[in-house]
Every structure is written in structure tokens, then in C-alpha cells.
Ligand binder design. Structure first.
Ligand code: HEM
Length: 404
């Protein structure tokens, strides 16, 4: 029997159907909003197997690819050229290789002091302005936006323009033309930036400058494909990490004993960050794929051309892997979570995201120990309808240490 594709309804839990299906039929048929069938996977092992198997494609143009919503379908089908996240090998490999050395662990280590400075500056500004503040906007979004804009060489002053368009592209409920238009505007904006960089290539020691001089100008990469890559990095680099910072902060505010432990022992921070990534799994609808050949998954034959939803959100709450999975517990072993996906598309920016989160959560509560919600928890507004999950605003207050 086929059920409708389950959508999220609770702020900290995936759709309740996942747990039921995992127990009853871990590979089950669902009906997508466009009426087409797809296989929904809810067990960690099956999700990981599909994400790591090249017989499953991530290209939305392939017949059978499952679309989460009409807005998403319209965006993915019209995006030309497709960014590398939606290309299969060997094309994918060629494009990803142009970027890997920019985001290695060693490279990110060199960025840490600058990230720490930005965190300190932003917190300094919050303190100076005094409570209350919308922490989501003034800190959680500001930090990763500053970091990725700096890496790429995108002017931070233009943030409203690209943040708004990124959000429009990720809105699952928008009218179908909205994400398409937002994408076109984003690429037109970045195209102008490329023109500027090309005028004086040596003046720009940033990722866009390097991509232009080392890949576009010698003819390894078309200008259009470079735009697709830069747009992916700009979007992937701010919207995701911003939501993780806000939700991670909220989790610690709602679990003060764990927050106190973190403050007392900063050595716990890396493990706590992995738990935040697992628990919130913000790319909560990640996992649409389509089978290129007949493949058996979890005892079920999936035929070539059939859509599959390898749901990382479900995998990260599988009790076989994570005992008592709905509990937030910074002491658990969470490192094997799939919040950054798995296989060839595993997040390219994961070391950068980890560095930002680790620096935030080693600094925030040390600096503002009395940070707390400025509104009752029930008044918080979560972004259920976005491809990347998050919170719309996070009003926080604290006791000012400044003399009155
Ligand atoms: C891919 C999550 C931060 C750049 C992905 C995927 C996920 C993800 C789930 C894989 C999608 C798939 O399987 O189809 C996250 C989360 C982040 C984060 C949870 C923050 C907490 C970043 C940052 C960057 C970035 C900071 C900036 C460099 C990318 C890119 C890809 C990607 C370029 C495509 C990789 C490929 O297709 O080969 N991310 N991401 N991400 N992410 Fe991230």
C-alpha cells in the first residue's frame, strides 16, 4: 500500500511516519505530491547504501527522479547548467576536483583564526547594542555569510540580495516560477562579479578569482558552469551553517545541564557539534535519487528508472545506530551521522562547517553565560517548508555586563 510522502510537522522530530515505516516496512512505496510513486528508505544501513552506490543518480533530468514539491521540481528542472551537486560521475568528479583543495582540513585549519575573530566581533557588536537580539539574523546568519563571502570574494554588503534569493530558491511551497527567478537573479549578480574579476584577475586572491584564472580562462570550465559552482558554494556556505548555529544554540538553551557541561569542559564541543548535526539534520529532505539499474535494497528490488528517497533525517534517528534517537545527548557517539550525506556528494564544506560550529560553541556561552530565550518556547517559528530546515528568528536576551 502506498502512502503520501511524509512532510515534517514538529520542530525537533522528523515526520512520525518514519519511525512507523522503519519498524513495519523500511523500504516502502510512497506517492509524491505530483502523484508519482517513489521508494522511501528509513533505515540507516539502506540510506547509506544508496547514497554510496553509483547506480543511483542525482540528476533531476533522469526519468523517475522524485520531486519533493512542485517548486522544487520547477527549480531543479530549469537550472541550466546544473550545479555539481546534481551531476553524476564522471562530470561530477571533474567539477568537484576543481574545488577540493580549497576546503581540505588543512586549508580550513588556516581559516580558524579569522573565523574566531569574526565570532568575537559579532558577539562584541551584540553586547554593545545590548539585549534583546534576533540571534538568528544578527549572529547565526551573519557569521557563515561573512566567512563564505570572504572565501569566495563576494561583497558582504550585498548579503541581503543573495540571502533573500537563496531563501526563495529553497522554499518548497513557493509558486513554481519563484525559485527559478531567484536562481536567475543570483546567477546574473554573480556573472557581473566575474566580469569585474576578469578585468583585473591578479587583484583578486579569492576563490572566484582563482576559478576564473585557473579554470575559466584556460578553457577547463565554461563561464556558465563556473556560475553554477559559485552559486552552489555561496548558498551551501551560508544558509546551512546559519540554521545549524541557531538550532544548536536553541538545543543548548533547552538543555541547560548539557550547556553547563560544555562551558566547563570545552573538550566536549566537537562531540556536541556532531550531535547537533545528527539531531537537527537540517538538510532534512536530502536524499532524492533515481535508480540507473535494477538494484536490491534492504531485500526490495528497485528497478531502473524508479525514484528513491534515501532520507538522511530518518537514518539519523534509526535506534539501531543511535539508541534513544530522539534524545539530544552531547555525550553520545554521533560521528557516523549522515547529516553531510555520504558517497560522492558528501558535503564539500563539512570541515568548514565543523570549524565554524566548534568555534561558536566554544565561545558563545563563555562570553554570554546568561543567554536565554526572550520569548516563550511555544512562540518560536520554525521553517518547516524549506529544503534546508531552520528557525525563522531566535529572540534572545542576556544580562548585560556593561555598567548602566
Ligand atoms: C553537499 C549538508 C555546509 C558546500 C551537501 C550535502 C549535504 C550537505 C547533506 C549533500 C547533498 C546530497 O547528497 O545530494 C551541509 C550541512 C552544512 C553544510 C548540514 C552545515 C552545517 C556547507 C558549507 C559549504 C557547503 C559551509 C561551503 C563550502 C557544499 C557543496 C556540496 C554540499 C559544494 C555539493 C557536494 C557534491 O555534490 O559533491 N552539504 N552542508 N556545505 N555542500 Fe554542504
Amino acid at each position: 500500500m502506498s502512502v503520501g510522502f511524509p512532510m515534517r510537522r514538529g520542530p525537533f522530530t522528523p515526520p512520525p511516519e518514519y519511525a512507523r515505516l522503519r519498524a513495519e516496512a523500511p523500504v516502502s512505496q510512497v506517492t509524491m505530491p505530483d502523484g508519482k510513486p517513489a521508494w522511501l528508505l528509513t533505515r540507516y544501513e539502506d540510506v547509506k547504501a544508496v547514497l554510496g552506490d553509483r547506480r543511483f543518480s542525482t540528476e533531476p533530468g533522469k526519468p523517475g527522479y522524485p520531486f519533493i514539491s512542485p517548486a522544487r521540481a520547477s527549480l531543479l528542472i530549469n537550472e541550466e547548467p546544473a550545479p555539481l551537486i546534481r551531476l553524476d560521475p564522471p562530470e561530477h568528479t571533474r567539477h568537484r576536483r576543481m574545488l577540493t583543495r580549497e576546503f581540505t582540513l588543512a586549508q580550513v585549519r588556516k581559516m580558524r583564526p579569522a573565523i574566531q575573530r569574526t565570532v568575537d566581533e559579532l558577539l562584541g557588536r551584540l553586547e554593545e547594542k545590548g539585549p534583546p537580539a534576533d540571534f538568528a539574523e544578527e549572529f547565526a546568519l551573519a557569521l557563515p555569510t561573512t566567512v563564505i563571502a570572504g572565501i569566495l570574494g563576494v561583497p558582504y554588503e550585498d548579503r541581503e540580495y543573495f540571502q533573500e534569493r537563496a531563501q526563495a530558491k529553497l522554499d518548497l511551497t513557493a509558486a513554481p516560477e519563484v525559485p527559478v527567478r531567484a536562481g536567475e537573479e543570483m546567477r546574473a549578480y554573480l556573472d557581473e562579479l566575474i566580469t569585474e574579476k576578469m578585468r583585473d584577475p591578479d587583484a583578486h586572491d579569492d576563490l572566484i578569482g582563482r576559478l576564473v584564472t585557473q579554470q575559466v580562462q584556460p578553457g577547463h570550465l565554461s563561464r556558465e558552469q563556473a556560475l553554477a559552482t559559485i552559486e552552489l558554494l555561496l548558498m551551501g556556505g551560508h544558509e546551512t551553517t546559519a540554521n545549524m548555529i541557531a538550532l544548536g544554540t536553541l538545543s543548548l538553551l533547552l538543555n541547560p545541564a548539557q550547556r553547563d557541561e560544555l562551558v566547563a569542559d570545552p573538550g566536549l564541543v566537537p562531540g556536541a557539534v556532531e550531535e547537533m548535526l545528527r539531531f537537527h539534520t537540517i538538510v532534512h529532505y536530502n536524499g532524492p535519487r533515481v535508480a540507473l539499474e535494477d538494484v536490491e535494497v534492504g531485500g526490495q528490488l528497485i528497478r531502473a528508472g524508479e525514484g528513491v528517497l534515501a532520507m538522511v533525517t530518518a537514518a539519523n534517528r534509526d535506534p539501531e545506530q543511535f539508541p534513544d534517537p530522539d534524545a539530544f545527548d552531547i555525550h553520545r557517539e554521533a560521528r557516523h551521522h549522515l547529516a553531510f550525506s555520504f558517497g560522492v556528494h558528501q558535503c564539500l564544506g563539512q570541515q568548514l562547517a565543523r570549524a565554524e560550529l566548534e568555534i561558536v560553541f566554544s565561545t558563545l556561552f563563555q562570553r554570554l553565560p546568561a543567554l536565554r530565550l526572550a520569548v516563550p518556547e511555544r512562540e518560536l517559528n520554525f521553517n518547516f517548508d524549506a529544503f534546508v530546515y531552520g528557525i525563522k528568528s531566535l529572540p534572545l536576551t542576556w544580562t548585560s555586563r556593561r555598567p548602566e
